[in-house]
Design a protein around this ligand. Structure first.
Ligand code: PMV
Length: 294
């Protein structure tokens, strides 16, 4: 039996603008994870693979599955990548406590956990770059042009300063970041939010390029602040990023209300995280001030 897991993630700065070539910063959330296990199947024919996840409401046999299904896709891609043809029937089971379509990287995390567990079954340890590339292929099925930040931060499990198609820059957090996450309860697919931004960009590229440049400048500044270990000013940068996310049309009334509530309760800054239109609001707070009244 082989087991593996992968972390959730949080985008601190630069979501959406990162799709258009600007930098973004993301960190792993190591305590929130997806787990995958591969074990001999008690019933299947040799070589057949069943994939089961109660959390994701999935139960399917790989040889019957549509490759649009993200779980089937990551299993097949990993088998092909490793040229691994199991001679026994296998059961791949997945458990994840990461909320789906909430901007926490559930899809990429599940993909990386499965790819790692299958590789372990084949006797390999999957390097982060390979886990990242495999998860990226699955992301592409559902959202035509993902930047690659989710699969990257999750596969490397380190903070990243990420620019699409550039050499990856990882860094260490030099101080403790106290973040409060609040769930809007709204769930919107990343593909939908990204398609909306694309449509508005196509209608007004010069205006959107200016907005993306401003987000990129905030992200670059935030990177310097994070590298310095003295986080003064980081909250203000988050709130400025949030205003610009509102301008590109990916905030929501609930995200705005939660950000306002956090600021009223003394947060240093607040913004949405991930694709937006719902999902989680993230607020930066001082230690000991992490309780926000609803
Ligand atoms: O998958 P989410 O919701 O964390 O969003 C990913 C971040 C985006 O910038 C909106 C999309 C992308 O491909 O980078």
């Amino acid at each position: 039996m082989s087991e593996a897991s992968a972390a959730a993630k949080l985008i601190l700065f630069g979501e959406h603008a990162v799709v258009f070539g600007r930098p973004a910063i993301a960190i792993p959330l190591p305590n929130l994870r997806a787990h995958a296990r591969v074990q001999p199947h008690p019933a299947g024919q040799p070589g057949q693979i069943e994939i089961v996840s109660e959390d994701l409401h999935t139960r399917l046999w790989l040889h019957e599955a549509d490759m649009d299904d993200p779980l089937a896709a990551i299993v097949q891609l990993t088998l092909d990548n490793l040229a691994f043809r199991p001679d026994k029937a296998l059961l791949v089971s997945v458990q994840s406590s990461i909320p789906v379509a909430a901007g926490l990287g559930s899809g990429a995390s599940v993909s990386v956990a499965i790819a790692r567990a299958i590789a372990a079954t084949a006797g390999f340890e999957l390097p982060p770059q390979d886990a990242s590339s495999l998860a990226f292929e699955v992301e592409r099925i559902h959202h035509g042009s993902p930047s690659g930040i989710d699969n990257t931060v999750i596969a490397y499990e380190q903070p990243v300063y990420f620019i699409r198609d550039h050499v990856l820059e990882t860094f260490e957090l030099r101080g403790v970041l106290n973040l409060v996450l609040a769930d809007t309860g709204e769930r919107v697919k990343t593909a939908q939010a990204v398609a909306g931004v694309h449509a508005r960009y196509d209608a007004n590229p010069s205006e959107y390029n200016k907005l993306f440049d401003q987000i990129g400048a905030i992200t670059a500044e935030a990177h310097q602040v994070l590298m310095s270990g003295n986080y003064d000013g980081l909250g203000a940068l988050m709130s400025r990023n949030q205003v610009l996310l509102g301008s590109i049309g990916v905030s929501s009334a609930r995200l705005d209300a939660l950000s306002k509530a956090a600021m009223k309760a003394g947060a240093q800054g607040a913004k949405l995280s991930g694709a937006g239109l719902g999902g989680y609001m993230m607020a930066m707070v001082e230690k000991g001030n992490s309780e926000v009244d609803p």
